[in-house]
Design a protein around this ligand. Structure first.
Ligand SMILES: Nc1ncnc2c1ncn2[C@@H]1O[C@H](COP(=O)(O)OP(=O)(O)OP(=O)(O)O)[C@@H](O)[C@H]1O
Length: 667
């Protein structure tokens, strides 16, 4: 049972003082004779004045709450008088004060709507009559009309013929029923007669659930016209009108339960559809969405349009403040809007970064003329300067104690994962800082540069993998050779300022000075001697120095063939001249004696593993971040050449940064 009341007040009442409210009550019908005979029990129980619980926790309903709260609930021992007095009366009588109001009975078939509504209607009209009799300053006229909506058709319950009525839109009154009979109420006996006619005229039918089931929606409308009394002195033209609707809706029903077929089934379809529409319209009114025109065309909704408008007002202005759930929904909507905006901004930033990166890579390829985009998996040689040369990697290694640079030439390709101070990015450097010959960017190493601009290295985890791969005995051996060579040079005090200059000017594209890096620490230094570092592992035991040609390389050989400082200088110069020489990956060249030591380190295998892992990760990121196809095509250029590792790393960092940002936003 639902009652609504609101409209213009009269009798000098202030609308603001009037409480506008939707009052919802529930009444439980007692078991009928049939149900008692079947030993049925009621599933519902009123546990307080406003809470009702569902006792039978069937699996079907286990998803739903079992306690419901309303303005008022009434058990099966309640009387209609009680139901009327404790809530509905105030709403019904509000029409006397100029407030339009409606009293709905809504519920499942055979739940007792007609039983309760007929009683409520009588009590309300009776009370209105009483009030009119007491009123002396205004003249009140009561008009009575009744319609039923049956199978989407409107019928006048006081019309002799069965002519269907049309609904018209009046600019002032809203929806009106054309040619509807309105009867002036004379007295209480007259009321009872009219109510009896309505009952007799209304379509009822027998279903398995209700012998006298209402098959139509019934609306009894009582219109109260108030005009100033003969001696009131107020302008007689000011007639005020208010209406109260008593709406007994047909009950919703399941065809399976009502066992309806044929005509009953058709009626049931109309009833359910119209009730569904009514519910949808009310729900939409609440969310301030515009009610669909098609829905408004439904007869029941159209007829109740004024009530709908009032309902909308009530729902939106409930006690002046939105209820909790509405506030939460609004808050969430705002959050969603904000997040959508953030995602939009981030997407733009990402696209911008992507296009810049693409430009950089393109430009780098043009400038260097040496991008290894060939299937051969190795560098072609050519004009590559600085760090990469003829498929080799060159750099200077220094000890933090002596600052002596020992030039190391590595024939093996650059391993894919480079720890701190081991990568160099001549291409980026040249592009971003073309006037500088050194990779150092405001005194930061390329790796720091990468960290600064592309975020932390997402491949740190893979370092472990690659480290594992590199901890093979042969790698260890080869690294030992490098370390021993360095130590040997230190021991021989081959310190020369010229060499230092040489180191700074020529070789810094390679290994950065450990003691120059802000991140350098004793640990870093010691790390440079572990096989896990790129410098060591990628050396593949190839040292431009006095390394014995015998294999495995022994300490003895290294010591015996240590270089003098002039030798080192010479080596550096030779190296820089030999920029176009082709070098076999698996050969070790001794520049002094021309001896060749062949090593069988298969770094390609390792690289393949790591490359596969990186590629997998990149594809993962693509999918997680919904990277556009255009960007993905960039990866087609990466054929798995170890020297591509720098591009892969850049890509990974960008993607991981993007992923992290998106995750943060999502959180
Ligand atoms: N509170 C009540 N006390 C006693 N009997 C009741 C009560 N409510 C309903 N009944 C009885 O239950 C039966 C069904 O009631 P009613 O016809 O009012 O249901 P309804 O909801 O209008 O059904 P429908 O939607 O099918 O028209 C009737 O016989 C009615 O007398």
């Amino acid at each position: 049972m639902k009652s609504i009341s609101r409209d213009e007040p009269w009798d000098g009442q202030d609308a603001g003082e009037q409480e506008e409210k939707i009052f919802v009550t529930v009444r439980v019908r007692p078991l009928n004779a049939k149900e008692i005979a079947k030993n049925d029990t009621s599933d519902w129980e009123c546990v307080s004045n406003n809470t009702i619980i569902y006792k039978n926790a069937l699996t079907e309903r286990s998803m739903y709450p079992n306690a419901y709260t309303f303005d008022r609930v009434y058990g099966c021992d309640s009387t209609t008088r009680q139901v009327y007095e404790e809530g509905i009366k105030r709403v019904g009588l509000s029409a006397i004060n100029g407030f339009n109001s409606s009293i709905f009975a809504y519920g499942q078939t055979s739940s007792g709507k007609t039983y309760t509504m007929s009683g409520v209607t009588q009590y309300a009209i009776s009370d209105i009559f009483d009030h009119i009799n007491k009123q002396d300053d205004r003249e009140l006229v009561l008009k009575f009309s009744a319609i039923e909506i049956y199978n989407e058709c409107v019928r006048d319950l006081f019309s002799a013929d069965a002519t269907l009525l049309r609904l018209l839109d009046d600019p002032e009154k809203g929806t009106v029923v054309d040619k509807l009979t309105e009867i002036h109420l004379e007295d209480w006996t007259h009321v009872m007669e009219l109510l009896a006619v309505c009952e007799a005229q209304r379509k009822i039918g027998e279903t398995s659930l209700n012998e006298m089931s209402s098959r139509s929606h019934q609306i009894i409308r009582l219109t109260i016209e108030s005009s100033p009394g003969e001696f009131s002195g107020i302008d007689s033209a000011s007639i005020l009108t208010a209406t109260v609707n008593f709406i007994d809706l047909a009950g919703s029903e399941r065809a399976s339960q009502t066992l309806s077929a044929g005509k009953r089934l058709k009626e049931g379809g109309h009833i359910n559809r119209s009730l569904l529409t009514l519910g949808t319209v009310i729900r939409k009114l609440r969310t301030s969405a515009q009610v669909n025109v098609v829905m408004s065309e439904k007869t029941l909704v159209k007829q109740l349009q004024r009530e709908m408008a009032r309902l909308e007002y009530e729902l939106k202005n409930m006690s002046g403040t939105p209820n909790d759930s509405e506030a939460v929904i609004k808050e969430k909507e705002l959050q969603i809007q904000k997040m959508e905006q953030e995602i939009k901004d981030l997407t733009q930033e990402r696209d911008l970064a992507r296009s810049r990166l693409d430009e950089i890579l393109r430009a780098a390829g043009v400038d260097q003329n040496s991008l290894p985009w060939s299937d051969s998996g190795s560098w072609d040689g050519g004009s590559a300067s600085g760090h990469f040369r003829n498929g080799s990697w060159e750099g200077h290694s220094t000890s933090d104690t002596s600052d002596v640079a020992v030039k190391v030439k590595v024939n093996a390709p650059l391993p894919p994962i480079a720890p701190v101070n081991t990568y160099s990015f001549p291409k980026y450097h040249k592009l971003l800082n073309p006037n500088e010959d050194h990779y150092v960017f405001d005194n930061i190493t390329p790796h720091e540069f990468m960290n600064q601009y592309f975020g932390p290295d997402p491949t740190q985890e893979w370092d472990k993998t690659s480290q594992k791969a590199r901890t093979r005995t042969d790698s260890v051996d080869s690294c030992k050779v490098v370390e021993e060579c360095i130590e040997r040079d230190e021991a021989n005090n081959v310190v020369d300022t010229h060499d230092q200059n040489l180191n700074q000017n020529e070789g810094d594209f390679g290994i950065s000075h450990v003691n120059q890096s802000p991140h350098s620490s004793p640990e870093d230094v010691s790390n440079t001697k572990t096989p896990s570092l790129t410098r060591s592992t990628s050396c593949s035991g190839i040292i431009e120095g006095d390394v014995s040609s015998s294999s495995p390389v022994s300490e003895k050989n290294v010591v015996a063939e240590s270089k003098s400082e002039s030798d080192i200088k010479k080596l550096c110069q030779q190296d820089s001249q030999r920029s176009t020489a082709s070098v076999d990956e698996k050969e070790i060249q001794h520049t002094d004696g021309g001896d060749e030591v062949k090593e069988g380190f298969d770094y390609k295998k390792e690289w393949c593993l790591v490359f596969e892992e990186q590629r997998r990760k990149i594809v993962e990121f693509w999918n997680e971040c919904s990277i556009p196809l255009l960007h993905r095509t960039f990866f087609l250029l990466i054929k798995g050449d170890p020297s591509d590792s720098v591009y892969i790393e850049v890509d990974l960092r960008c993607l991981s940064f993007l992923k992290k940002t998106l995750d943060d936003v999502a959180r």
